[in-house]
Design a protein around this ligand. Sequence first.
Ligand code: UDP
Length: 325
Amino acid sequence: MKILVVGGAGYIGSHMVKKLALTGHEVVTLDNLSRGYEDAVKYGEFVHGNLGDKNLLNTLFSKHRFDAVMHFAAFIEVGESVTEPGMYYHNNVCNTQVLLDAMVSHDIEHFVFSSTAAIFGEPQYTPIDEAHPKNPINPYGRSKLMVEQMLEDYDRAYGLKSTCLRYFNAAGADPEGELGERHNPESHLIPLILQAASGRREAISIFGRDYPTDDGTCVRDYVHINDLCDAHSLALEKMQKSGDSARYNLGNGKGFSVQQVIDAVKRIADNEFKVIHAERRAGDPAVLVADSALAKQALGWTPRFEQLETIIETAWQWEITFFSR
Ligand code: UDP
């Protein structure tokens, strides 16, 4: 197939581009490099541009006959979305709508969308399945839910088929060492701890030790980036065969606390580093764990990186090779 990966220069997108290319697909990446890196696009054609640029999309869609579009190009920082909501609604919602309209006018029928656990808001129960109420508590989560809702309307009106994949905590790196996580500034737990372990950062702060969990720190569901990419490929195949839109929650189904992640990094890096006990971060639920039974059953998805240690090991290899170059 010929697939357009929007946001293919980012963390998840770049791993997806690699997977698609290595499984025999023709891939084109569209990315404006606002958060991504051109050198992360190791396969296929790269187009530098904005997903909200209607003329560019028309040119691209006239030049290539795409079978599907995968969309990873969004701003993802919860805190930033609270202080800069306009930026989030503009990029994550308005620009996505321009992309969808261009797809409709060029008869591209299949869309895979990077959604997020943030659409659920404060968990009412755990693990979180697809039926869980959707009450996002920040502009980031709301922007993603708006696109999910827009997609339902576009399916009904224009027959655009979509699969929304709600990631819990994407983690790890390409086991072959070619790609990894490179957010700037970095805000995610695992890369920050790895920076502390490698000496690129002085310390890691634990945001809150008074949560109602076993050790008082927040529990999250870390899912390996390659497992997420597998789910995208399976979801696209399934959607093309069935002709139906779908939504799936993607996680490992196992929760690990911030303290457990820090302890695992200490074991893997065989290193001690400074840990600071900081205040809670606003908007953090105590526990976020996915129920991915539907994805497993409907897509035949089997996460291959089930152990937290294995996930962290891939990210640690990236940290000590890429950043010491
Ligand atoms: N966290 C932390 N210190 C940090 C960064 C994150 O204690 O420097 C915690 C955060 O409060 C959350 C968990 O680690 O409970 C995962 O945060 P991350 O930002 O990686 O992902 P999120 O769960 O917000 O999507």
